[in-house]
Design a protein around this ligand. Structure first.
Ligand code: DOR
Ligand code: ZN
Length: 448
């Protein structure tokens, strides 16, 4: 008869002494609950065990602060290669991410040249190595690629633009979208879609303000593009970028599609006094639409929040509205803005952590985003008493401005990457230790 299986209690999950490099102690969000706990981190930077650790490495108690998993931002534009460097570089944008509690960014392919072949992707990889402060997953462009299978072997995910936007002149014609989705479904990589149907964009005159921009690229263009995506094969790990329409959320959920909303669509509207500094694709919507999106987010109906960090030089955003480029920065402010909403009692902490940390990491197939044994120790420490006001000139992005000037925020006081501190007392102290990561899906695992 085999011996009875040894039952491990929580506290029993102890590592052999030598392999524990650090112990973090304090209140941590584990299994969606704040619990007083010790987190043992092994020499490879993985969370080894949770509970009372006897012996082991140096112990750091965070006191009254709270330990959370660091965030994953599925949607950033680091503008490299091709620039402009006054907007961002891989170094500046990932330092901004680190300071904002983001451990992993998904870097979009609308750089110059666009990432439509494996050589361009590899060149981008070499720019990340030795320069990035946090981990980077590189998207390849599904539109305009000659050999999708070759790209799928090197990229981390695909991006498909259904409408023109910065760096994207001509999206694939609508008739080519269903076969493209079919082909992508067979390749196994996640696909994020910019869902606006340009056939429904207003013709004629140049919009001169945010309300006119909303009318020019209206909600119905987003709805029409989402309709096109209903033909997607079930095998495709489909994700819709920057959803702005709360009324589409029930059907996206029913379809089992992943999607993100952005902090700017949650917190800003076409009535915000930003002029072209708030010009973005898809546009900021009416305040009623924004409020409905926020209500859905609060209710936990939105799987992911992502910044769509799209910096442009201040001199370009200062141009007359029709000539100013679309896009706003946001990777550094995403988590801090939403932590301030938690502190204000408007958002539950587990809802935020699910949307900013856990679900995005799962969609990227990464063992991060939860405080759980086996996960990489990408963690942040937050002191909810340390409220500040956002100032663009103090942020780390090269662009030097933010659409959230003066908004209340709570920046992490510490950020650990694989158990090593890269932000200390709110200051970035790391080096270029970010890695290029690719999805680690179990073979045959279902999308979602
Ligand atoms: O506003 C936007 N800016 N939307 C996009 O889709 C692209 C982005 C950029 O790269 O600037
Ligand atoms: Zn984008």
């Amino acid at each position: 008869m085999p011996p009875p299986a040894r039952r491990h209690r929580f506290e029993d999950q102890e590592a052999p002494r030598a392999s524990i490099a650090t112990i973090l102690a304090g209140r941590a969000l584990v299994n969606e609950r704040l619990q007083s706990i010790e987190i043992a981190i092994d020499e490879h930077g993985r969370i080894h065990s949770l509970g009372k650790v006897r012996g082991g490495g140096p112990r750091h108690d965070v006191g009254d602060s709270v330990i959370l998993p660091a965030a994953t931002d599925l949607h950033v534009h680091l503008r490299e290669p091709g620039g402009p460097a006054e907007a961002e570089t891989i170094a500046s944008g990932t330092i901004a991410a680190a300071a904002g509690g983001v451990a992993l960014v998904g870097e979009m392919p609308n750089t110059r040249p666009p990432v439509t072949d494996p050589d361009v992707l590899r060149e981008k990889e070499s720019r990340v190595r030795g320069h990035a402060a946090v981990d980077v997953l590189l998207y390849a462009s599904a539109g305009g690629a000659r050999d999708l299978a070759a790209l799928a072997r090197v990229a981390g995910a695909f991006k498909l633009y259904l409408s023109p936007t910065t760096g994207i002149g001509s999206p694939p014609p609508p008739s080519e979208v269903p076969p493209l989705l079919e082909a992508l479904g067979a390749l196994g990589l996640p696909l994020s879609v910019h869902a606006e149907d340009p056939r429904l964009f207003g013709a004629g005159g140049a919009p001169k303000g945010l309300a006119e921009w909303d009318a020019y690229r209206p909600l119905r263009a987003e709805r029409a593009a989402l309709e096109t995506l209903r033909s997607a094969p079930a095998a495709l790990r489909l994700h819709v970028a920057h959803v702005t329409s709360a009324s589409e959320i029930p059907s996206l959920r029913a379809q089992g599609v992943s999607f993100e909303v952005t902090p700017h669509h949650l917190l800003l509207s076409e009535r915000s006094p930003l002029a072209a500094w708030g010009k973005v694709n898809p546009p900021l919507r009416s305040d009623a639409e924004r409020a409905a999106l926020w209500a859905a987010f609060q209710a936990g109906e939105v799987p992911c929040v992502a910044s769509d960090h799209a910096p442009h030089p201040a001199s370009d955003k200062d141009l007359p509205f029709p000539r100013a480029p679309s896009g706003v920065p946001g990777v550094e402010t995403m988590l801090p803005l939403l932590l301030a909403r938690v502190r204000a009692g408007e958002l539950r902490l587990p809802t935020l952590v699910r949307a900013a940390c856990d679900r995005p990491a799962r969609w990227f197939g990464q063992p991060i985003g939860r405080i759980a044994p086996g996960h990489r120790a990408h963690l942040v420490v937050v002191d909810f008493r340390r409220r500040t006001r956002i100032e663009g000139r103090r942020l780390h992005s090269a662009c030097g401005w933010t659409p959230f000037e003066g908004f209340e925020a709570i920046f992490p006081v510490e950020h650990y990457q694989d158990g090593v501190r890269i932000v200390e007392a709110g200051e970035y102290v790391g080096g270029p230790s970010g890695r290029v990561v690719r999805p680690e899906f179990a073979p045959g695992a279902a999308p979602g």
